[in-house]
Ligand binder design. Structure first.
Ligand code: GLY
Ligand code: MN
Ligand code: MN
Length: 448
């Protein structure tokens, strides 16, 4: 199935933009992911490191990127070096084809390439004359140790004229700020991941019946993702029936879906490394009870108020505060919280029912990179950012302070939102959200 994807031209432009943001005579070092052992002779499916893929589009394990901007004849010259696994007919028979150092020159536009086996030997030579080395610290096993090792071996050659880098600098503020703002190609890819994720949720609503296991609904969603070219979900799907919806990171998905309960599904696919992230909550039997409907409509009211407010210039925190106000006032109206809403907000009483934030940046990582504060202040939303909007209400099954009719109900409604110059675009709009839309969709499916 053909999906939109990021072009090699765009990967090259990203490298150019990154190099242009760094002082001359810098080198960026980004290691790839490695295969993760699952058990015995089994590996987990490989998923490339997001930073590495963002700069290369190369999805093999055990590789290393270098991007340098050395001054030569008065001009800054960008050099893109890729270390990768060497061609090896024996290994390729078992583990799959490799591009090899020759292949990455052509297919991934590397200026020079070497076998990954040569990295530790070549790096001291390639770092000669570099002043600043940029890499993400504390993220990849042993990167710091390897860099230290390269510098140590360079220091031994100072008398031969070798010039050792004098600054080790954290790369993430620069690289992750780039990743926070999505390009036209990224937006196209994210529209696709949003739409495929949305239709996966539609399928789950259509197939839901009392008596199914939670993992059977999960299977419907994964089926849809794979049928539309998405080999893996962006994260472990949450399918929680009844009180399991109150467990925020519930992924066991192994209980029966009961007549009269709601089910909460939080699932999204990945298209060319970009995540969708949707939550819908709906009745297992297709009809909301009175209590379920009252709470659901309150969460939806909070989400709609946030979506209406989202536009360039709004501080990140303000969107969360809107959701807190709507939810707290609504919980007071329903008699679940008692007191003055402003005081209940001040003392954090709402956190017993709404204990997470409104959302997060979304991109190649489901909880994507990018700072939320700049110089101590919440940053404001800007066109090109993508975030989730996902208020929720969760009433613990053993919460004796509320009427029994509310206990064990968990509801979250989550959409993916692109900030545009005028306001926002909901990338996941095609999955029903109002009580009427959901009940109508499920009623038609039951008759079919
Ligand atoms: N699916 C993870 C989240 O919504 O944050
Ligand atoms: Mn989310
Ligand atoms: Mn989610």
């Amino acid at each position: 199935m053909k999906q939109p994807c990021i072009s090699q031209r765009e990967f090259a432009e990203r490298r150019e933009r990154l190099a242009a943001r760094l002082p001359v005579n810098s080198m960026v070092v980004v290691p790839s992911a490695t295969l993760q052992h699952r058990n015995s002779d089994v590996e987990s499916p490989f998923r490339q490191d997001s930073d590495f893929y963002y700069l290369s589009g190369f999805d093999e394990p055990d590789a290393l990127i270098l991007i340098s901007n050395l001054i030569s004849k008065g001009k800054s010259v960008l050099t893109y070096t890729l270390f990768c696994q060497p061609r090896d007919p024996q290994m390729e028979v078992w583990n799959g084809y490799r591009a090899g150092p020759e292949g990455v020159l052509v297919d991934y536009l590397a200026d020079r390439s070497f076998s990954i086996d040569e990295a530790d030997e070549r790096l001291p030579e390639l770092l000669d004359g570099i002043e600043s080395v940029y890499f993400c610290m504390g993220t990849h096993y042993q990167t710091e140790v390897r860099v230290e090792h390269w510098l140590k071996s360079m220091r031994k050659k100072r008398r031969q004229g070798v010039s050792v880098p004098s600054r080790l600098v954290e790369l993430s503020p620069v690289l992750h700020e780039m990743r926070l703002f999505k390009s036209a190609q990224e937006i196209e890819v994210m529209r696709a991941s949003g739409e495929i994720s949305a239709q996966g949720h539609v399928r789950a609503m259509q197939r839901c019946r009392p008596g199914l296991m939670e993992y059977q609904l999960e299977a419907e969603i994964i089926y849809h993702f794979m049928q539309h070219g998405c080999r893996l979900p962006a994260y472990s799907s949450i399918v929680g029936g009844g009180k399991n919806a109150c467990v925020l990171h519930y992924i066991s998905n192994n209980k029966v879906l009961r007549d009269g309960d709601l089910v909460l599904i939080d699932a999204g696919c990945e298209v060319d490394y970009y995540a969708g992230d949707i939550t819908r909550t709906f009745p297992v039997n297709g009809r909301f009870s009175e209590a379920q409907r009252a709470l659901y409509e309150l969460v939806l009211k909070a989400q709609s108020a946030c979506l209406a407010a989202i536009k360039p210039g709004i501080p990140w925190e303000e969107t969360h505060d809107i959701s807190v106000s709507v939810i707290t006032e609504g919980l007071v109206e329903l008699g679940i919280l008692k007191g003055n809403p402003l005081e209940l907000i001040d003392c954090g009483a709402y956190k017993a029912f709404y204990m997470h934030r409104l959302g997060h940046w979304l991109g190649m990582d489901v909880h994507d990179v990018g700072d939320y504060k700049i110089e101590g202040e919440w940053r404001s939303l800007q066109p090109g950012m993508v975030m989730t909007v996902e208020p929720g209400i969760y009433i613990a099954p053993d919460n004796e302070s509320v009427d029994a009719c509310w206990r064990g109900i968990g509801i979250r409604i989550e959409d993916d939102v692109l900030i545009t110059s005028q306001g926002c675009e909901v990338l996941t709009a095609s999955v029903p959200k109002t009580v009427e839309e959901i009940e109508a969709l499920m009623a038609v499916a039951r008759q079919a």
